[in-house]
Design a protein around this ligand. Structure first.
Ligand code: ADP
Ligand code: MG
Length: 471
């Protein structure tokens, strides 16, 4: 028997003892781990899965290290690398039985790994470099890994320009809804600068951390070192700057930091979930300074960009998925790339465990966990039809029929209006539900619009149904 394999097998029960993770979640991360090489200084483990490598390197490295030391009798550096084995194929070999508990366990393990801690680790990594023996987390957030589309092209371009040539735009203010890649872009700037302008002192902070540090400095009566930390930066990046809203003292301190850096011609990059004018309350002098540089927004991704991102993330994780299912995910998740990523990770967990294909049902299952308010379109249509039917006493069958009596037509028009409002279906697709063309749909929409403003209680009723079907 292979020595390395024997060592690994001896290590496993020790690792199990050392952690309080459930055996099933351990199996999830350790399943295809191999000990690839070992000498007096260093042990290299490998796994074909990037996500497993990431989790093992961040969550289990210490246990792997000490279990190995127990087995071999001395300590060595441990590294976990990606092996070149092909991505796990679905539909091969015996399907394993996945109990709901096991799947639940896996999902929980993934959620745990997604917790905030990552930001903390990355912030530390930016200051100290990657921990020896651990994989760099920051590494993943590069310009190369950022998939570009119309919605984020400009933001990417200005970040890239500033990374290449600091103070090209100063300050640079990136804003847009959560989950659209703002933090990714800031990290990409940092990665680029570290590589190409290694002499620059880069300070990256979440706004909340800036706030905490200030409070601590004030409590300890030591604001000097706080000021020193920020005012000696060559590049200052503050993420989620919207958290300054309403924090008077922090705004005051930030204003001075900002001005000192700006006057010294240092680059300042800010990210926010809204534009400066919507950060309220915010001192005028700060708002005008934020607006005095370059503002760039990131918009929700188009369908094409979503497809490209899903493909890229699935490929990266080694998840086999058909184009049809990629498109299905892109249709259902429209506005948040973080959610898209979460879905792919979970699909990977569920489908690789059960050796099953990614199907619509699996996707629906996973989306219902990540985004409970997001309901498949056909289920939603059914709900709307039933709710309208109940409210107006007209059967769904009648709504779909050729009948034109006033009560039937009214119910049909309202159903059309709500479907248009809530689902992504096109006029033509909505028409098809009722066996009609898109002109009829337009007629219905106009009619309901008119009735909403002229008939007493009509709008209330329609809004109530909308609320009901959305849950
Ligand atoms: P925000 O800071 O805007 O809330 P993040 O930068 O944290 O969003 O992005 C959320 C997740 O989506 C991250 O894992 C990020 O890598 C990923 N992501 C966002 N936009 C893109 C993109 N254009 N290409 C690849 N990954 C992206
Ligand atoms: Mg962010």
């Amino acid at each position: 028997m292979d020595d390395l394999l024997t060592i690994l097998n001896t290590m496993m029960p020790i690792i199990e003892q050392k952690t309080n993770a459930a055996p099933s979640s351990l199996r999830l991360w350790f399943d295809d781990l191999a000990l690839t090489s070992l000498d007096a200084e260093r042990a290299v483990f490998s796994t074909p899965s990037p996500i497993r490598r990431q989790i093992l390197s961040t969550k289990h490295l210490d246990n792997i290290k000490s279990a190995l030391a127990e087995v071999i009798g001395f300590e060595v550096e441990v590294e976990i690398i990606l092996s070149e084995a092909p991505a796990p194929k679905v539909n091969e070999g015996e399907p394993k039985t996945a109990t709901p508990e096991l799947i639940e366990e896996r999902l929980r393990a993934i959620e745990e790994a997604e917790e905030k801690e990552d930001t903390e680790t990355i912030m530390k990594e930016i200051i100290n470099g990657p921990t020896p023996g651990k994989k760099s987390l920051l590494d993943e957030y590069t310009f190369e890994n950022f998939v570009e589309g119309e919605s984020n092209k400009f933001a990417r371009a200005v970040c890239y320009a500033v990374a290449k040539e600091p103070t090209t735009y100063n300050p640079l203010f990136i804003y847009g809804q959560s989950g659209l890649g703002k933090t990714h872009l800031l990290y990409a700037v940092i990665n680029y600068m570290k590589k190409n302008h290694p002499h620059l002192k880069i300070v990256y902070k979440k706004c909340e951390t800036f706030l905490d540090e200030l409070v601590r400095a004030l409590n300890d009566g030591d604001t000097a070192s706080f000021k020193e930390r920020y005012r000696t930066a060559d590049v200052l990046l503050i993420d989620d700057i919207q958290f300054l809203a309403g924090k008077e003292q922090t705004q005051e301190e930030f204003f001075h930091t900002f001005s000192a850096l700006y006057e010294a011609d240092k680059q300042i990059i800010l990210a926010s979930d809204r534009p400066p004018r919507e950060i309220k309350p915010l001192e005028d002098r700060l708002r005008t300074r934020f607006e005095g540089g370059l503002l760039s927004d990131v918009q929700p991704p188009s369908y094409e960009l979503r497809v490209a991102i899903i493909k890229k993330k699935a490929e990266y994780m080694g998840l086999a998925i058909s184009d049809e299912m990629v498109e299905y995910i892109a249709e259902r998740l429209r506005s948040n790339i973080r959610q898209i990523e979460g879905v792919i990770k979970r699909l990977y967990a569920v489908c690789s465990l059960t050796s099953t294909e990614v199907t619509r049902e699996r996707i629906d299952e996973v989306i219902s966990i990540i985004d409970p308010g997001n309901i498949p379109t056909d289920t939603m249509v059914e709900r709307i039809l039933n709710a309208v039917s109940k409210t107006y006493g007209v059967s769904v069958e009648d709504m779909k029929s050729k009948r034109k009596t006033e009560d039937v037509a009214n119910a049909r028009h309202i159903a059309i209006h709500i479907i248009k409002y809530i689902t992504p279906l096109t006029l033509k697709e909505i028409g098809a539900i009722f066996g009609r063309d898109h002109a009829t749909v337009i007629f219905a929409l106009n009619k309901v619009d008119r009735n909403m403003s002229t008939i007493n209680n009509y709008a209330n009723e329609v809004n109530r149904i909308m609320k009901e079907v959305k849950g």
